[in-house]
Structure formats: C-alpha cells, structure tokens
Design a protein around this ligand. Structure first.
Ligand code: SAH
Length: 370
C-alpha cells in the first residue's frame, strides 16, 4: 500500500491529480466551500477557548489540492487572523500535489516564494494570499514546536494497513504473493507470526482485522505535540469504532477496483479505525510528563455539520445567489455532505484536546460533538 501510493517515482499520489470528476474520487472540500468554511469557524472558536495563543500554526496532513486550506484561510482572514500571528504548515509527500497546493494558496508564488534556508525542516515555502507563511513538510515530526491546530481530512485512510486473521494456530498476517503460473498477485496467509501480529490482540473479539501502525505513530506524535506545545486536533475520515474486519479496497474512476489488479493505477484505501486512533492519542508515554489527552467523538459528518450551522450557511449562500444552476449545485452539495445515504454518516469527526482543557471543556464542550 505504501509503495503503490507513495513510491517516489511511480506512487499513485506522486505525479497526478487524482481528485474530482476526471480523477478517481471526490472529497468533501472539493464538493463545496461550505465544508472548509465551517471547519475554519470551528477551529477559530476552539482556538479562542484556548485563550487565542499566538504565534500558532495550522497544520494540515495530506492537503490534496489545497482546497480545504484555501476555504479556511478565507475565513481566517475574515476573523482578521493573518500575517505574522500564524503560519500554515502542510505535510505532503507528493511533489505534484505540493505544486497544485502552491498554485491554489499562493497566487503570486513566483514573486513571493523564497529560498528555503539550508538545514530547514521544511522543503518548500511561500506566502499565502493573505500574507501568512506557508511551509511544506514531509513528516509530522518535522513541524515547528508551537501551538498547533492539526487537521487531517481523508489522510489516515491512505496510510498502509496490515491485515490479520485468526487461524487454528493463532494470529497470522495476510500477505501479497506473486502467483508464478499466471504472474497475478494473490493473498496468502503467513506461515508464522509476523511483527504485525504483535499488535494488541489479547482481548480481540474479531476473527479478522486491519491495523495501521503508521496511523498510530502519527496520532501519537500529534497527541504528544498537543500535550507539550498546546493545540487541538481534528481528524475527519470514513471509518469505524474498532468493529470492522475487511475494508481494504481500491478506487478507480469512482468505482471499486481490485487492489491486486494493475497496482499503481488506482487509489488504495482502508477505513480508519477510530478506536485505535483514540487509544494511540491517550496512551501515557512517560510517567512524568503525560496526562492523557482528551478525545471527543466520533460523530457523524451530518451531525457535526448540522450542529455547527451548515443549514444556515446554505441559506446565506442561496440568498446572495443569482444563478439558478449555482443554487442547484449548492443544494445538491449540501445533500451530498449531510445525507446519511451519501457522505453524512460514512464520514466521522474526531477531536483531540490537551488534558489542561478539561475544566473549560466540561463547561463549554466542543460544538459539533454535543
Ligand atoms: N485532504 C485532501 C486530500 C486527501 S487524499 C482532501 O480531502 O481532498 C490524501 C492526501 O494525503 C494526498 O494529498 C496525499 O498526497 C497525501 N499523503 C498520502 N500519504 C501520505 C503520507 N504518508 N505523508 C504525507 N502525505 C500523504
């Protein structure tokens, strides 16, 4: 999965635009500006609850075309949050998508982009339309140490998973093998235990499951930063609460695709195990410096968006809309984002807070989650 998606030369994400009608799948920020706008308002609200610490960064993991960030920065600028108060940090491995993001977020890139100083943790930098620094990083561990609003939309579902099955002898891993007779790929069960079988399986009720060690490590890093430097995390994705078994699949031209056929030509994905992410986010690391972070959710996308005002936002946009087609698109986007039969209940929201926020959150719980 890792090779197919992010191999530096031929990885699925590395050299093409995979989103939208002409790509393989479409994501919520690409469906409507309302999505990013509402998330931005939520983040500003929660940052305010933390006492509006500055400077701070907004760090997005896997920003795709940069559409979500563009919609959010527009809202941030309306709240007069711009310039030196905060910076934008994008964690992106795809050189192609990094260019697309730069075009989207830094319209005057040619003049404004500056040389990355030697020894920097980031690999690219520029200035956004609203005057904030934007920097690109390969990995979450490279991000600057400061108060951070983390955002991950459809990021964790792209991280590699291991498939485990329970057989008579105990847990084994499902591996991918080459059938030498016809040169097709096929699934096989490992003869013995593999390192992935060391996952916490003692009280596991399922006979088959998927684990994503990389997702757990990244969640732990996010949680550690939130604990040590202050911040909030918002993870949005399709997923479950640790009860699904087999969700690994491919997508090509908006249709399901067998992951073993023509690897590299289709998106590979698996549902996010939110129960595992919550476990990773709240694990104590050392006895001294760790009081478990707080998690909220998951809640369904339709509940989150409705509670924080998507209906009102739709009304406002419709009120100022003179074009019948645009109005129709707005309504259908609203339906697609919130209808339980579409993206409304498949997508879930999870929030992470530092333990010091406990009292404040008891009094003022995060909107969207209650
Ligand atoms: N958030 C966007 C894009 C989702 S697709 C949206 O919702 O539209 C997944 C994104 O994560 C892409 O930008 C992809 O290049 C990036 N990505 C995938 N694996 C990654 C990794 N290991 N580290 C950093 N970015 C990664």
């Amino acid at each position: 999965m890792k090779e197919v998606l992010t191999n530096p030369t031929s990885g699925y994400y590395m050299n093409r635009d995979v989103f939208g009608q002409t790509g393989d799948f479409i994501t919520s920020p690409e469906i409507s500006q309302m999505f990013g706008e509402l998330i931005a308002v939520w983040l500003v609200n929660e940052w305010t609850k933390c006492g509006r610490p500055t400077p701070f960064q907004i760090a997005e993991l896997g920003p795709g075309r940069g559409t979500l960030m563009a919609d959010m920065l527009r809202v941030f600028s309306k709240f007069k949050i711009a310039g030196s108060d905060f910076s934008v940090s994008l964690v992106e491995v795809s050189p192609y998508l990094c260019q697309v993001q730069e075009k989207q977020l830094c319209p005057s890139q040619a003049q404004e982009a500056t040389e990355v100083p030697q020894g920097s943790q980031h690999y690219k930098q520029s200035i956004s339309l609203y005057g904030s620094q934007i920097r690109w990083y390969n990995h979450i561990s490279d991000l600057p140490r400061t108060f951070t609003l983390f955002l991950a939309h459809e990021f964790f579902d792209a991280l590699p998973i291991h498939k485990l099955v329970k057989v008579n002898q105990g847990w084994r891993e499902v591996l991918i093998d080459l059938n030498r007779e016809n040169l097709n790929l096929r699934y096989v069960i490992s003869r013995d235990r593999t390192p992935a079988c060391l996952y916490r399986l003692d009280s596991e009720k399922r006979e088959e499951l998927e684990v994503s060690p990389q997702s757990l490590v990244i969640t732990q890093m996010m949680a550690a930063r939130i604990h040590q430097d202050g911040g909030i995390g918002l993870v949005i994705d399709y997923g479950h609460e640790g009860d699904k078994t087999d969700t690994f699949r491919g997508f090509k031209n908006h249709k399901l695709h067998d992951p073993l056929v023509d690897p590299g030509t289709a998106d590979l994905t698996a549902d996010v195990d939110f129960a595992a992410l919550k476990w990773a986010a709240t694990q104590p690391r050392t006895f001294e410096d760790w009081e478990a972070n707080l998690t909220y959710g998951t809640v369904d996308q339709k509940d989150f968006l409705t509670r924080i005002g998507i209906n009102l936002r739709l009304e406002q946009l419709l009120a100022s809309c003179r074009n019948v087609n645009v109005a129709r698109n707005l309504k259908s986007a609203h339906k697609m984002l919130t209808d339980p039969m579409e993206m409304g209940s498949k997508f879930k929201f999870l929030a992470l807070y530092p333990s010091v926020m406990k009292k404040i959150l008891e009094r003022y719980p995060p909107p969207g989650f209650v």
